[in-house]
Design a protein around this ligand. Sequence first.
Ligand SMILES: CC(C)(COP(=O)(O)OP(=O)(O)OC[C@H]1O[C@@H](n2cnc3c(N)ncnc32)[C@H](O)[C@@H]1OP(=O)(O)O)[C@@H](O)C(=O)NCCC(=O)NCCS
Length: 208
Amino acid sequence: MRPVTLRSARVLLDVPTRADAAAITEACQDPDIARWTTIPTPYTAKDATTFVDALVGPGWASDREYTWAIRRPGSTWLEGVISWRTAHRDLGFWLAPSARGTGLMRDAVGLVVDFAFEQGAPDVYWECYAGNVASAAVARASGFSYTGTGDALVPARDGSPVPAWKGLRRADGTAASDLAWPAASLGGSAATGATDEQRGGGSPTPRR
Ligand SMILES: CC(C)(COP(=O)(O)OP(=O)(O)OC[C@H]1O[C@@H](n2cnc3c(N)ncnc32)[C@H](O)[C@@H]1OP(=O)(O)O)[C@@H](O)C(=O)NCCC(=O)NCCS
C-alpha cells in the first residue's frame, strides 16, 4: 500500500521521512521511550535514518507495518510515531516528552484504529510492558478492553520475556473482555509499586 495520510482537528499523521531524522533522534534520547520500547540504546542519528529507510518505506510497501509521523496540523515537526503491524494487528507508539499531556496520542490511536477497521481488521491489539501507566491510559481512553497480563509479543532487548498488559478493541464495538484494568495501571499511588518494580521494558513500538 502507498502511505496514507490521516488527520483530525488536532493531529496529522503522514509518512516519516529522512527530514524527520533530527526530531526522531532527539525524541529517542528520552529515558521513558528507551524504557518502554525496544528502540536501540544509545539512539543515534544513524538509527533514525535506518528506521526511515529500512522499516517505514518497506513496511508500507509490503503491508507488513504501517508507520506514521505524528504532527500538529500546520507544523512539519515530528512529535511522535505510531505504527500498526498487520501480522498481529498490534499498535506501537511514542511521543516526544514535549508533546505529552495534550491528547495527541489519543487522537492518533483513534485515527489508526479507524484506519485498521476500514482495512477490514476485526480487531486491534495493544500491549505495553507491565507498569507503563501512560500507555495503558491511552489504550483505556481509546476504548480498548483489558484482556489480561502475559508475556509480551515483543521480548526485552536481550530476548527475555517481559510481562505485558494486553488489550483489544473490536471493530464491532463489543467489549473483548469484562476484566477490570489492573489497579496498578490506573495511575496514582496504586501504580507506584508496579512501575518501580517492572523496569527495563519495551513494547510493540517502532524499533529503529
Ligand atoms: C505513552 C505516551 C505516548 C502517552 O502520552 P500522553 O501524552 O499521555 O498521551 P496523549 O497525547 O493521548 O495525552 C493524554 C493526556 O493528555 C491530557 N489531555 C489534555 N488535553 C486533552 C484533550 N483535549 N483530549 C484528550 N486528552 C487530553 C489527558 O488528560 C491525558 O492526561 P492524563 O493521562 O493525565 O489523563 C507517552 O507517555 C510516551 O511516549 N511514553 C514513552 C513511550 C511509550 O511508553 N510508548 C508506548 C509503549 S506501549
